[in-house]
Design a protein around this ligand. Sequence first.
Ligand code: ADP
Length: 319
Amino acid sequence: MSRIGILTSGGDSPGMNAAIRSIVRTAIYCGHEALGIYSGYQGLVDDEIRVLGLSSVADIIHRGGTILGTSRCPAFEKEEGRKKALKVLDYHGIDKVIVLGGDGSFKGALALAGEGVDVLGIPCTIDNDLGYTDYTIGFFTAVETITEAIGRIRDTSSSHERGHIIEVMGRTCGDLALYAGISGGAESILVPEEEFSLDRIVQKILRGKNRGKRHHIILLTEGLKDPYKLANEIQNQTDVETKVTILGYVQRGGSPNISDRIMATNLGAQGVLALEKGRGALAMGFKNNRAQVFNLEEALEVKKTFSKTLYQELEMVSI
Ligand code: ADP
């Protein structure tokens, strides 16, 4: 029997609760004990730990956020903080830790493995910015949220004959803009992986205007460009009034969609089974349509690739 600690860390994502439920229930099913570590690595350093029973994860599969709470914990990045965390794990007899989060949280898990603790990472981030897995838990829910926003904004844009820039999350990864751009029928997307051309956007708007198109939706990945400056530039060159909406944190919240619930349950259950057999630092990923176990260190080294095919398709259909 193992005592398995579970923590959620870094940015939250829809589906974290479904994964927690799956891990706790599978662990108990297999004869282990599950312990919740609250507020990410901070709770590990500060000893905020409680046993999670079967009913403690009832009625959470559909809830956004994380019932364990999350945080960013600079103390854990220092040796002194990690030594405290190790003492806490030792006190509770926790021999394995499952970390739900993104690449930063995975680096924390790797540091813990370096101290001799068996760890397993489960990819939870709306950004889909981890290269070793095709998808991360929370990504498709966020894509749905953005897609719904595009639909609403298009209604008002066409009524007024306006262009609209919608800033989405993703930082260094353009997947949110790419997938939501395709599913929402955006005219243009700006992503860090592809060269930006104001002229191409302007020409597209003018072509659309000439054939009677009444709206133009542009998805902009956060941090690439000031959306208000871009709106001014577009407006000056096209004479089309252009508005800005920054979607912000609405993209992070909400009930996980079906695919995130299923993937969270799948990766959570398989993660517990993988930890029973494997030692050291592991990660679960969803690759080629199935849950697979990876070496955590190698997983973190895989560079994220951007789908040129989907990008070209978006360009073609939004001519
Ligand atoms: P995300 O998992 O969303 O990428 P962050 O990058 O904010 O989140 O990382 C979450 C937490 O993981 C940090 O606050 C820190 O406690 C821990 N962490 C990140 N990088 C390291 C590292 N190199 N060593 C130890 N802990 C780390």
